[in-house]
Design a protein around this ligand. Structure first.
Ligand SMILES: [Zn+2]
Ligand SMILES: [Zn+2]
Length: 254
């Protein structure tokens, strides 16, 4: 597991979950930081730093490092550890975006950073919404329009499309639509950073990257729908029963 110093560094430079000094001492402020982060990640909130918390924290920092590398070509090791190089890269990025260069990826910095799309290796075919080439593009989608996945902030914090919408996601929903024969309502599609906070999404939610949607249809048997989604290509994760999701199912893709 990470040293307390490293945990403090990660939690300070990511959303300022930790506000104290980097002293390697696990006292009240550090435990509060664990709790804030656990709450954000929808983990069990006990203020105890265990393997789940560590895995989530490493992933959050890796995402930031990948975004920084993609944006600025900084060649950071994507290791999930905040160090001098990562802090410097955050500062350069902030300067570039006209933000205060404090090296802390807080809400404004993350809002900009989350606009950076990290190319994933393998795939990405047919991801253009022009639908001009190849199978599996928008021209093959019968039941959905891109607008249905627009961010709910209504243009307040973004232009509605803070990321590229994954067609894998739309294809899965299309299959669900065909199987059950019911019109599907997308209750939450893409989200910008601020809308994601309002919706209570985790800070690295796949909704930020156009890879998740919450949906609902009349008479939906949620567990059966989830079981069906698991059989479809591109499926990554699905859940329901989240208190702020009402009757919807969340699905996300790789
Ligand atoms: Zn928005
Ligand atoms: Zn969701």
């Amino acid at each position: 597991m990470l040293s307390v110093t490293q945990r403090q560094l990660n939690l300070k430079h990511y959303y300022l979950f930790y506000i104290g000094d980097i002293d390697g001492i696990e006292k009240a402020q550090t435990k509060q930081a664990y709790e804030r982060f656990q709450k954000d990640q929808k983990l069990g909130v006990d203020g105890i730093y265990g393997p789940e918390t560590e895995a989530a924290l490493l992933q959050c920092i890796k995402d930031v490092q990948e975004q920084l590398n993609t944006y600025g070509g900084y060649k950071l090791n994507v290791d999930g550890l905040v160090g001098e190089a990562t802090i410097d890269a955050i500062k350069k990025f902030q300067t570039d975006k006209g933000l205060k260069a404090d090296g802390i990826a807080g809400i404004d910095t993350m809002a900009e950073l989350n606009k950076v799309l990290v190319p994933k290796s393998g795939g990405g075919q047919g991801s253009s919404d022009k639908g001009s080439s190849g199978k599996g593009g928008w021209e093959s989608i019968e039941y959905f329009k891109k607008e249905e996945f627009k961010c709910d902030c209504n243009g307040k914090y973004c232009n509605g499309y803070p990321a590229e919408l994954s067609l894998k996601l739309v294809h899965i929903l299309e299959q669900v639509r065909k199987k059950y024969g019911k019109p599907i309502t997308i209750t939450s599609g893409m989200r910008c950073t601020r809308q994601n906070q309002i919706d209570g999404g985790i800070s690295n939610s796949k909704h930020l990257y156009g890879k998740a949607a919450d949906f609902w249809f009349s008479g939906m048997d949620k567990q059966a729908v989830i079981a069906y989604c698991k059989t479809l290509p591109g499926y990554n994760y699905a859940y329901t029963n989240n208190s702020n999701m009402l009757y919807a199912v969340h699905i996300d893709v790789v």
